[in-house]
Design a protein around this ligand. Structure first.
Ligand code: ADP
Ligand code: MG
Length: 734
């Protein structure tokens, strides 16, 4: 018997022989990378070329520092942008924004305007550039906007560049914007990110000034987001409604071979995948996105793309574009690109390591220890600020990593635990302990060397960090790597929370130091005393050991570190006054915006579990039960026949086979009934917190029970009759 599944498998196998060879020289290569890179970006250089000099001079502070755009030059800037875009094939423009649904949004308008004499001209005014009013009533607002006054506005964000996206019959100019309500509240993820960048810059500058730095004019968070993803052949994915609709497999037995041989990680990249990666990079380069690293990840069919780090605002846009381009190009190459945090049980899920640092406007990374961190007081102050931020505002940071998908991953022995601690490495921890104990003597340079036992190589400097992959927040030499972020997440939220928390800590420290200095204490002395007490206070957040162990969970509890194991528990804390204060203190979010966000995120959680549960129910009943019942009938017949042939033999293997199938068929039917009852509870009107708890505590376990029986049936039912592509095929066949 042939099923759609077997046909797909055979087609994939056959295509392997007939696909054109991507490396046979017939394909176009990248060409000149420096010409390609940023080709579709309206860069500062492009602005300088196209604008009269005095207008460019007035515009520059807006682009570089986010200063207010002088109204008098708006039309000229719009005109230059339009001409540039038309020269790059654009017929349309769009205000591009990042609403709270976690995706990007766009509505295209043509430049074309009809004239009275029946012709058209291209038109684009300063007003059209600066402000838009999409009919945006369907975006989540958490009650900030009711539908009858559905006005939401978009406003140009000149601090991240406009760009052109190529389309089949013409191109479109994308203008990055923020999205806010009639009453001025943020309805997107970008507005609070921008506010947080301003806040952390202001507080960091206070510290720099205390250390005598008079030249830096701003401090910018820098971000490099490593993006993990899975690729599955489209012919198989098309037969998995769960992958298509929810981004993860709701059913699927553990395959005989998963990742245990560790033969995929950093393995040779399959040619078909390489062709895909290069096509992705080509598009990224035209948009000025500096994709640098590509490799196979831990799980079979899992890959990673990492860019060179950029300013947090641009890095956020670039990551959104990267995720979009990965999905689109995958389609063209016959793949489904999966960004979900846990698409497959039994192998690793996907995260997004968010590398973060602070850099001043003179180009100095403030987390660079220099040669002697012991004496590098400024570095230690910034380090203390991060420890304080993570220790005091760990709950806020955890909120940057929530999501129904990430709940399957955090704390599951493959990703960091939900406890947010900091990894510093042995060496730096020793330095901190020395400071706490008031050791005054100068250390020898702490950059110890390690002999690696190969005589032809010089001793290698010991990295100030090693590679403890179990820590959610690791200091890796001159940056922090926040590893708890989910692969599908917008990095706007995590960086907003990080900036907000660090701004609070820097504010506390600067206030104390300024007070001491004003009272006549020399800055070095004031710093030494303050550092000793700060490191002492915040040492409990430092943990260099294995974060996957039960002992750490217990130890963390003794240290008073929160362990918010899932999205609902974390969101319940969003409205705690101390947590709200992290965001409100520097005006990053208002109370109303926070409460709206809490509601939006809880709603999103309930919706996504509801969709998964509804699909589990329908797939269970209409896709999996029918072949299982047929199999049960066949097995029953075989058992009866055996019994008539050998009536005296006691328990027969045919009977045991039948009973095994029957157990799981019954189990699945009962579990599906229980799931439907649980789903009905979700529909009860009521408090969103209560519904979220039902989703977590009743619906998810009911889904797991269905899966348990269905996965057992997958290994019992006639292989040819099983309708869903199996894990071995999804993970290994491409
Ligand atoms: P890995 O952690 O996988 O070993 P790398 O250390 O090479 O990888 O870097 C990972 C990411 O960190 C890259 O995107 C890189 O650009 C980024 N990165 C490097 N330095 C900084 C920095 N100072 N601030 C922010 N991100 C950085
Ligand atoms: Mg990394």
């Amino acid at each position: 018997m042939s099923t759609a599944r077997t046909t797909a498998i055979l087609n994939i196998a056959a295509a392997k022989n007939t696909d054109s060879d991507p490396c046979d020289g017939s394909q176009k290569k990248y060409g000149n990378l420096s010409e390609l890179f940023g080709r579709n970006v309206f860069t500062l250089d492009a602005m300088r070329e196209r604008l009269p000099r005095d207008i460019y001079r007035q515009l520059e502070p807006t682009v570089l520092k986010g200063e207010r755009l002088p109204a008098s030059i708006a039309d000229a800037v719009a005109d230059a942008m339009k001409d540039w875009a038309i020269d790059h094939g654009a017929t349309h423009y769009t205000h591009w924004f990042q609403p709270m649904n976690g995706f990007t949004a766009e509505k295209h308008d043509a430049f074309m305007t009809p004239t009275p004499n029946g012709q058209v001209i291209n038109e684009f005014s300063g007003k059209m550039l600066i402000c838009g009013e999409p009919d945006a009533s369907s975006f989540p607002s958490g009650g900030i906007r009711s539908t009858f006054e559905a006005r939401g506005y978009t406003a140009w964000d000149p601090t991240t560049p406009a760009f052109v996206i190529e389309g089949p019959k013409g191109n479109t100019l994308y203008i990055p914007t923020i999205f806010y309500s009639y009453t001025g509240e943020a309805l997107d993820r970008k507005t609070p990110l921008l506010r947080s960048i301003t806040a952390v810059s202001k507080q960091a500058l206070r510290i720099l000034r205390l250390f005598g730095n008079t030249s830096a004019t701003s401090v910018e968070p820098k971000v490099g987001a490593e993006q993990e993803y899975f690729l599955v052949d489209k012919r198989l994915a098309a037969l998995r409604p769960d992958l298509l609709l929810t981004g993860r497999t709701l059913f699927g037995a553990k395959p005989a071979k998963g990742q245990e041989m560790e033969d995929h990680y950093f393995g040779a990249i399959p040619e078909r995948v390489l062709a895909f990666m290069q096509a992705v990079e080509h598009r990224l380069y035209t948009l000025g996105i500096p994709a640098r690293t590509r490799h196979n990840e831990t799980a079979p069919a899992q890959y990673e793309l990492a860019p060179v780090f950029e300013g947090a605002n641009i890095a956020t846009d670039h990551n959104m574009l990267t995720m979009d381009i990965l999905r689109r190009v995958a389609e063209k190459h016959g793949f489904l690109c999966i960004l979900h945090e846990k698409p497959f049980a039994s192998v690793n899920g996907s995260g997004k390591h968010n590398n973060w640092s602070l850099c001043d406007s003179d180009g100095n990374n403030l987390f660079n220890p220099g040669d002697t961190p012991r004496t590098n007081a400024q570095f230690l102050v910034f380090l203390a600020a991060v420890l304080r931020a993570v220790h005091l505002y760990g709950v806020s940071l955890r909120l940057g990593t929530i999501g129904a998908g990430n709940d399957h991953r955090l704390g599951a022995q493959e990703a960091p635990p939900a406890i947010i601690s900091v990894y510093l490495g042995e060496q730096l921890t020793q330095v901190l302990e020395g400071i706490i104990q008031g050791e005054d003597k100068e250390h020898e340079s702490p950059r110890k060397s390690i002999e690696i036992g190969v005589s032809c190589l010089p001793p290698l400097p010991l990295d100030t960090s090693d590679r403890n992959r179990t820590s959610p927040f690791a200091f890796t030499g001159n940056k922090f790597e926040f590893r708890a972020v989910g692969a599908s997440h917008s990095i706007a939220s995590v960086n907003m929370t990080l900036n907000a928390a660090v701004a609070c800590a820097l504010d506390d420290i600067a206030t104390e130091l300024e007070k001491q200095v004003a009272a006549g204490t020399p800055i070095n002395e004031a710093t030494r005393d303050l550092l000793a007490s700060l490191f002492k206070e915040h040492m409990p957040v430092v943990f260099n050991g294995n974060g996957y162990t039960k002992e750490w969970e217990e130890e963390a509890a003794r240290r008073g570190l929160p362990n918010l194991k899932n999205t609902v528990t974390a969101l319940e804390c969003y409205s705690d006054p101390a947590v709200m204060n992290t965001f409100m203190r520097h005006g990053i979010l208002s109370e109303r915006e926070i409460l709206a966000r809490q509601e939006i995120l809880l709603n999103g959680y309930v919706q996504s579990i509801n969709i998964e549960a509804s699909l589990t129910s329908s797939m269970g009943r209409s896709t999996l039960l029918p072949p299982a019942l047929r199999c049960q009938t066949e097995a029953g017949k075989a058992a009866r026949l055996a019994k008539t042939l050998v009536p005296d033999e006691g328990s027969l293997p045919e009977e045991r086979h039948f009973l095994r199938i029957r157990t799981h068929v019954l189990g699945l039917m009962q579990a599906l009934d229980a799931l439907d009852e649980a789903r009905a509870l979700l529909k009860n009107p009521g408090d969103i917190f209560q519904r979220a708890r039902i989703a977590r505590d009743t619906v998810l376990p009911a889904m797991a029970e269905c899966r348990l029986h269905a996965d057992a049936l997958e290994n019992l039912v006639d292989n040819d009759a099983w309708p869903l592509p199996k894990y071995a095929e999804l993970l290994w066949l491409h």
